[in-house]
Design a protein around this ligand. Structure first.
Ligand SMILES: Cc1cc2nc3c(=O)[nH]c(=O)nc-3n(C[C@H](O)[C@H](O)[C@H](O)COP(=O)(O)O)c2cc1C
Length: 348
């Protein structure tokens, strides 16, 4: 189990010190622009961004994407992120809790409910673990550990094959997800980790009973790139370079998922670095927007730095809403003021 904790340490270190930005992709959000409303006819102070997630209120449609756990450093990061999420009314996702389920010694590194008593918290496991002995019991334990309001299972197939110790049997998982959704009392969500979920898959997942889909599209952190920095095998490193372009950009994921599933609860994430990006994802049809690696450095710096960034992200969202004359998230979601200024990518 030492190996899971060591891997988590490596991941944080690599994400902080190496260039792990997707080299061959952008989020696609730069292809969209808001048409400014010179006469917005609203009072900036009257803009509302409140919403709900996992049956609890949020002050803004933002979540901390699932990142870390299982080490002393991760505990500090998680507690800072969770406490800031509580203060600002964001949802909070923890990194995979598998390490804690398999090694009780690291359980304490996932304890955050005391600093985030009211906001929605979701726990996290790899969906592939359903093929490696995990089932409803382990998911219940993952929920209990965090006193979480829901669980998100991550789909990280491409990361696993580039990871020397990866679990690579992804067969039959949709059916197992379907069964889990019927057995588990809490909501089950599905996320990718930065290569995206296309529209047809999102529709299949909703049909299987998942409560939310987080597209975690391409254009931000690339987990092939992260694993490349851990790999000792030059063959894997060269193959990782070949796959620099892998992934469906975040903007395309949202457009596709919304087209295929008009009512599914949809989270946009993957390469979201500012509040204008977030506003674009919401205008494209997402219900919430998630921030991952963008929060990591300030979380290590401390809560003041993190709070400052989160406040700016919120201001930027409101500024975009003001700039197009939208008072509420419902108005932003249906806006005709987001236009595509670049042609859609050519289909192969
Ligand atoms: C240090 C780090 C650790 C991560 N660990 C997990 C994890 O345990 N489970 C998970 O579902 N996603 C994990 N992710 C992926 C993020 O949730 C997110 O989907 C991905 O980084 C893309 O978003 P970004 O471009 O905003 O970073 C991790 C990301 C980072 C930066």
């Amino acid at each position: 189990m030492e190996s899971i904790s060591q891997r988590k340490k490596d991941h944080i270190q690599i994400c902080l010190t190496q260039n792990v930005q997707s080299a061959g992709n952008t989020t696609g959000l730069e292809a969209y622009r808001f048409i400014p409303e010179a006469l917005p006819e609203i009072d900036f102070e009257s803009i509302h961004t409140e919403t709900r997630f996992l049956h609890k209120p949020l002050k803004v449609p933002f979540i901390v994407s699932s990142m870390t756990g299982g080490t002393t450093e991760a505990l500090q990061i998680n507690r800072t992120l969770a406490s800031a999420a509580e203060a600002r009314g964001w949802g909070f996702g923890i990194g995979s809790v598998r390490a804690a389920l398999e090694n009780p010694e690291v359980r304490s590194s996932f304890i955050v409910r005391d600093v985030a008593p009211t906001v929605p918290i979701f726990t996290n496991l790899g969906a592939v673990q359903l093929n490696y002995g995990y089932g409803v019991e382990q998911c219940r334990a993952a929920l209990e550990l965090l006193q979480a309001d829901g669980i998100v299972l991550h789909l990280n197939s491409m990361q696993e094959i580039f990871q020397p110790e990866g679990d690579t049997n992804f067969s039959g998982l949709l059916e197992k997800i379907r069964v889990l959704c019927t057995q588990l009392e809490a909501p089950v969500g599905i996320k990718e980790v930065g290569f995206g979920i296309h529209g047809e898959l999102a529709a299949k997942l909703y049909e299987a009973g998942v409560a939310f889909v987080d597209v975690a599209g391409a254009g931000g952190t690339s987990w092939i790139e992260v694993e490349k920095h851990r790999a000792k095998d030059p063959q894997l490193q060269l193959a990782a370079d070949t796959f620099a372009e892998w992934g469906l950009p975040t903007a395309d994921c949202i457009v596709q998922a919304r087209a295929c599933s008009p009512n599914g609860f949809l989270i946009a994430s993957g390469g979201i670095h500012n509040g204008l990006h977030a506003a674009k994802t919401l205008a494209l049809g997402a219900d919430l927007c998630g921030f991952g690696r963008r929060l990591l450095e300030p979380a290590i710096e401390g809560e003041a730095a993190l709070d400052k960034l989160m406040a700016r992200l919120e201001f930027e969202l409101k500024a975009a809403m003001f700039g197009i004359g939208c008072k509420s998230l419902a108005e932003l979601k249906g806006t005709s003021k987001l236009v595509r200024t670049a042609p859609p990518p050519a289909r192969a």
